[in-house]
Design a protein around this ligand. Structure first.
Ligand code: MBD
Ligand code: FE
Length: 281
């Protein structure tokens, strides 16, 4: 086994130059991270004896990932978003701030500024037939006190697993709303039951996953941000029980406490009695 080139004075100096270590300008933290990143990249090339062909294949892959706007899609597939959640859980635990609804990843498909409603909303605005879904809940602080005026920002896919603003067949903000909780901290919405998401089959994310022998599927889920003045922001999701990918999510977002019971009603009159029957205008 030959000595690593990385430890030679010349390569150490090279890494320092790459990261601007001796330059007075710039950002110290950025320099530290770039130096580490450079070292780790050099290490991979050396340890795996990466050939120039392999190297340029990787460069081309990263370019295509960006061109396809799939960087934010590969990231959860590599488990990094979930790992950030684990780190934040641990930090909160150490600070004595644990408790409440578990967090889970945001993903790449959030759009800000969805229509704002008070207390309740209907999310489905396109003429799509789907199983009618009602969800209701109460926003409480970690001591169990209801929070009036909290914002529940909810977004989810349609019955084909597509999200408005990314799927051109849907109208703007379809299946996306912000709901302000009422005096008792309650919110309620009507929508359609989403289907699971699948990575674009011809895209670079799916290509890498296939190379790992993995699929790019997510179980049916609904995303939430919950925010209130003076409180930490909660980013979470619920999963729809019964989905075949419930515990086999390519983005690793399924967590205990985020799989509510889904109660099915067959009688249309009973569904109608839940209200929110007016189509969105
Ligand atoms: C999604 O709908 C999603 O929530 C994540 C995390 C990744 C891809 C699609
Ligand atoms: Fe999603």
């Amino acid at each position: 086994m030959t000595e690593s080139l990385i430890n030679t004075p010349y390569v150490q100096q090279l890494i320092g130059k790459v990261a601007g270590v001796e330059q007075s300008g710039g950002n110290q933290r950025l320099k530290q991270i770039v130096a580490r990143l450079t070292t780790d990249m050099f290490r991979i090339v050396e340890d795996f004896d990466v050939t120039p062909t392999e190297f340029w294949t990787a460069v081309s892959y990263i370019s295509r990932l960006g061109q396809a706007n799939e960087v934010g899609l590969l990231v959860p597939g590599l488990g990094i978003e979930h790992f950030l959640d684990l780190l934040m859980d641990e930090k909160e635990r150490q600070a004595g701030l644990a408790g409440g609804t578990p967090r889970t990843i945001e993903g790449p498909l959030y759009i800000a500024n969805a229509p704002l409603a008070k207390g309740e909303a209907r999310l489905d605005q396109d003429p799509e037939q789907g199983e009618v879904l009602f969800m209701q809940g109460q926003v409480k602080d970690v001591d169990g006190k209801p929070i009036a005026g909290a914002i529940v920002d909810v977004w989810h896919a349609n019955t084909k697993g597509g999200y408005s603003h990314f799927d051109p067949s849907q109208s703007a903000y379809n299946l996306r709303r912000r709901i302000e909780t009422d005096a008792e901290g309650r919110y309620r919405f009507r929508s359609i039951l989403p289907s699971g998401y699948g990575c674009p089959p011809d895209g670079p994310t799916q290509q890498l996953l296939a190379g790992l022998g993995r699929h790019g599927r997510r179980p049916a889920h609904i995303h939430f941000f919950v925010e209130a003045p003076g409180c930490r922001k909660l980013t979470t999701q619920i999963n729809i029980a019964g989905d075949e990918y419930l515990h086999d999510d390519f983005a690793f977002a399924t967590r205990d406490g985020l799989i509510p019971d889904v109660v099915r009603h067959d009688d249309p009159a009973e569904i109608k009695a839940h209200g929110l029957n007016e189509p969105f205008v």
